[in-house]
Write a protein that binds this ligand. Sequence first.
Ligand SMILES: [Zn+2]
Length: 136
Amino acid sequence: MPSPRYWREVPSRLRLEAARCSGCGKVNYPARPICPKCHSKESEKLTLSKTAKIITSTVIHIAPDDFLFEAPYAIAIVETPEGARFMSQVVDCDPSSVGPGMDVSLEFRLIRKEARSGILCYGFKAVPTNSWEAQK
Ligand SMILES: [Zn+2]
């Protein structure tokens, strides 16, 4: 992720800011100036809950350079109660135990360090909740 993109995405990455489309009600995360579903330009800002459910997941064994030492790790498409879906790394658990339907909390963590600039990039990672452990 190049630095300009990181800075542009600060509101969504650091504050979980999304936009609810005034035309169709779709929650777009990160917020976009034009709704990809109905093309409306009207929306209201909202902050997503720090809880989500895993829709689908996979385990990364061959990681890109910046995540080399974290492999194997799980990534998932998660959905918040507001209906926003996005990809997140799933941490603090055995990657092979991650699966659809799992409840997670979204916790603020260090995502990566840019190799050349050394900029520390923060954001949210998914952590399985205790309620999931209780379901096993
Ligand atoms: Zn829309």
